[in-house]
Design a protein around this ligand. Sequence first.
Ligand code: SF4
Length: 362
Amino acid sequence: MPAVRSNRSALLHTSRQQSSQPTAPNLRRRLTAQARHEADGGSQRRQPRPENVEGSFYVDHTCIDCDTCRWMAPASFTREGDMSAVTRQPEGEAQRQAAMQALLSCPTFSIHVRERDRGELRAAQQSFPLPVEGCANVYHCGFHSEHSFGATSYFIQRPQGNIMVDVPRWTPLLAQRLEQLGGVRWIFLTHRDDVSDHAQWAAHFGAERIIHRSEANQRQGTDKCEVQLEGGGPWTLPGPASSSTAKDPSSAATNNSDDVELIATPGHTAGCVSLLYRPSRALFTGDHLAYSHRLQRLSIFRAYNWHSVSKQLDSVAKLSNLDFVHLLPGHGRRTSFADAADRERQLQAVLEAEGYVAVPAA
Ligand code: SF4
């Protein structure tokens, strides 16, 4: 299995951006979003949807139905029509904090609260990144980006150098919190859909971005990614020698790069790659595979396949060889399996539901 670093001369290019300023495309997108946000400010689109119940929290008409608020604060948000609404006002501190965290994570700023104190907002901001339950050293970054259609980004804290998996919208407060956790050594981009403000995050932390070469492109600036994977992998990451952003030198004590494996999972796009984090038995799948709340099972979200459904199903079948019990996607819901047998049963269920027939090797 090749290590990413050892392959770098063959794979890539090194043109890390030194500036923390947004790249031209990022700046353009930001101005566009800002202009639209301001234009929406006094419009009907920023008024509460009638589906909201009376009370402090509400969703406006700009919701893009990304599902984020519904899994972050399920007690308060549900889907009504083709958008979210507050169908139960949060009760008690825990529900209110979950609703505030959803508000901060909404990619389109569609969630509002009429009464709040500044301390409450501050506490919600500082609660990120949120630990992923049952998944040691793995966090949910929050602050989803509209440019990734609200995709979820994760943070893995590890002695060999922390990893950001896909990218949230650029948020200085989150950057501060991640600095406190040791910074970001690698930014792993699962595929082209979920790259958001990758250049700003990379510049801020001096992180190296990893993406498959077939996903990299000039329009999104991912042709500047420092590591561009080629071929079908799998790939590993280098050990701690290069973990220059680790604040605690003692944390870089082990020379084990085998904790992370990058696995080619083509299908949703040509160069989708998933990341297996062995210590937590967690698989980060981007848009390759997720739990569907509507179907109540795993799904490949066939309607959003941009490359090849049959290849995507082949890639799902390949996951049977991996040891993981947590599945953490970019879009769709995350899920956990009771054990390997449960994982296998659920993988087979999605393959059967999709009518998958394995093509025998020639
Ligand atoms: S997080 Fe925002 S955009 Fe996404 S479903 Fe909720 S209100 Fe809509």
